[in-house]
Write a protein that binds this ligand. Structure first.
Ligand code: ATP
Length: 577
């Protein structure tokens, strides 16, 4: 039962147990509200028989007090088991999602867009928070209490119980039927919302290019369509929900009418006493209220399925597993007949084999799209190879837990990601427990002093969202400083010095040469000047190793590498006429 609920509602084990408690507390609360009705029934009976004696007055007084205490106690229990437990569960859900996302391979993020994931973590969690604190326990609690109360009514008079009860299965049938329709509608509504959120995010991210290409108006009209589609879906959803809920509620209300009609008829022909009739009228006036308010939130309850399905997709995704211990002997990186395709299915690497030795600089060069960045992603296990084997010091990296493996790597990416924080803290990402002195030393080696010291607060200056207040070269120098700070035995440099001017590049190359001593270095570069000092060149073309060897040997081969060198040397003499 707990396991089923966990799966059905994307809950933790404790969350599923708390949901059961919440439903039971809701049921008890609805039943507790029936006790005053019982007291009233006996009180009216006494009054009809001639009045309330002293001892009966005590009975009603103490009975009322007990009812009050019972209702207060159960309401408190209901509060704790639904509201408090739900918010605790919500925290657990968000943390487990974040934890899972940390372990999921990057291939998953290629399939999903960012707006979708953000919406799952933020909006879906918030929505489920409200659903589990308000709607779901209330709906199930109302259903169970209504059925229990109805069953007990049979002991008083089965005919009257039937008159009160018939509405319940009919309303539930409408609810069950509407669930299927509404599920489809809420999925469509969710798709429209995702497309719209995606469009807005894309618009904000590309506003500079849209302006530069005078494409704002064209783009915004497309976005307009997406916003209108969300509006249209919302209206259809509301309309269909209202149709079902109003029908179910109308039928529930009919219960009071049939109790009154059947009771009057039975009273007239003498087969029902006034007190039983009175009891049924009292109960009918109270019986349907909880169910009615729960039905009003029916759409929300039903649409939780779509949110839960999205959440389960993340929670069920296989993670990259591996051992935590490292068994490598040295830090040579070897690709052995490696093939790989991204989610799109096109073969990107095809039987790639080479070794990047420790203490050497291995440069990956080749035409754009040849697979250089992909090789570096596979070497650091951001993705897993489809075929073949990649080893570090003889250790198969597919058997090593990704975070443990990454402790061996310092990586400088082509696209630097910076955080909305100070320069100091952005560099400290390389080694979280580094002292200020260590950070400053790494920054100096990466030539960060040159721009950081000019800022009003030096290294303690904030750099804005993703370092928007810095130039491309400055951003890259921060990234290089991180690598200096981490000082790992394997260095991956993906176009590391591409955004630097010649003067800066030369000084960073000097610093890098200090960093990379006796390490395994894999450099991806387009500029032949950057790879001139490499020990070994791997030329990747169309996903295959086209050439490999020392720069001099490849120059003599007169193949792709020598052609690239020739082209770039010629380019240096270009002039604009
Ligand atoms: N995340 C991804 N999903 C699908 N295809 C991708 C992804 N990343 C890269 N590709 C494709 O893989 C191929 C190789 O890309 P890769 O970035 O490895 O080449 P590269 O040699 O580094 O190119 P460049 O020199 O232009 O940076 C390209 O065709 C690219 O479109």
């Amino acid at each position: 039962m707990v396991k089923k609920l966990q799966r059905k509602f994307a809950l933790s084990e404790q969350g599923a147990k708390d949901l059961i408690k919440g439903i039971l507390a809701g049921t008890l609360q609805n039943i507790a509200f029936m006790f005053p009705v019982g007291l009233l029934y006996y009180l009216v009976g006494d009054l009809l028989r001639g009045g309330v004696s002293g001892s009966r007055a005590w009975f009603y007084g103490i009975g009322s007090l007990l009812c009050l205490l019972l209702i207060l106690g159960i309401t408190r229990l209901h509060y704790d088991t639904t509201y408090l437990a739900t918010y605790v569960e919500s925290g657990v859900r968000r943390i487990s999602l974040a934890e899972k996302l940390r372990q999921i391979p990057l291939s998953f993020f290629g399939k999903k867009d960012l707006a979708d994931l953000t919406s799952t973590i933020m909006a879906d969690c918030t929505f489920l928070e409200t659903a589990f604190s308000h709607f779901i326990p209330e709906l199930f609690g109302s259903m169970i209490s209504t059925v229990l109360i109805c069953i007990s009514l049979f002991f008083f008079d089965w005919r009257m119980a039937l008159a009160a009860l018939w509405v319940a299965p009919v309303s539930f049938a409408i609810v069950a039927f509407s669930a299927k329709v509404q599920e489809r509608l809420s999925q469509k509504s969710m798709d429209a919302k995702m497309a719209c959120a995606d469009g807005i995010q894309e618009c904000l991210e590309t506003v500079q290019d849209l302006k530069a290409n005078n494409a704002e108006e064209y783009y915004l009209s497309g976005l307009d369509e997406k916003i209108k589609a969300v509006e249209k879906r919302a209206v259809i959803n509301e309309f269909v929900t209202a149709a079902f809920v109003t029908s179910a509620m109308l039928i529930l209300k009919l219960g009071i009418a049939t109790v009154a009609l059947a009771g009057s008829a039975l009273l007239i022909n003498g087969s029902l006493d006034v007190m039983t009739f009175f009891l049924f009228l009292l109960v009918a006036s109270r019986l349907y209220d909880p169910l009615q308010s729960a039905l009003q939130n029916l759409a929300a309850v039903i649409s939780t399925r779509a949110n839960i399905a999205r959440m389960n997709e993340i929670l069920d995704h296989p993670v990259q597993e591996g051992v935590n211990g490292l068994t490598n002997d040295g830090y040579d990186i070897s690709f052995e007949n490696v093939s790989f395709a991204y989610n799109t299915g096109d073969t990107i690497l095809n039987g790639v084999s080479f070794t990047a030795r420790q203490g050497e600089v291995t440069a990956l060069v080749g035409p754009s799209g040849g697979g250089k960045t992909t090789v570096s992603r596979l070497a650091s296990r951001f993705w897993d190879a489809d075929k073949g084997r990649i080893t570090v010091g003889g250790m198969d990296i597919s058997k090593v837990e990704p975070e443990t493996l990454l402790s061996l790597f310092s990586i400088v990416f082509q696209d630097v990601t910076l955080f909305n924080n100070t320069i100091m803290e952005n560099i400290r990402i390389g080694k979280k427990d580094a002292s200020d002195e260590e950070v400053l030393a790494a920054a100096k080696l990466a030539n960060c002093d040159e721009f950081a010291l000019k800022l009003p607060n030096g290294y303690h200056s904030d750099i804005g969202e993703n370092g928007c207040e810095l130039s491309g070269g400055e951003r890259q120098r921060i990234s290089i400083a991180r690598a200096f700070l981490k000082n790992a035995p394997i260095i991956l440099l993906d176009e590391a010095t591409a955004s630097l001017d010649v003067e800066n590049e030369t000084s960073i190359q000097t610093a890098l040469s200090r960093l990379i001593k006796s390490k395994t270095v894999l450099i991806i570069a387009h500029r032949m000047r950057t790879v001139a000092g490499a020990d070994k060149i791997i030329v990747l073309s169309e996903g295959r190793v086209a050439e490999q060897g020392s720069p001099d040997a490849l120059l003599n081969q007169k193949g792709i590498f020598s052609h690239m060198v020739k082209l770039q040397t010629e380019n240096q003499h270009w002039t604009l006429t």
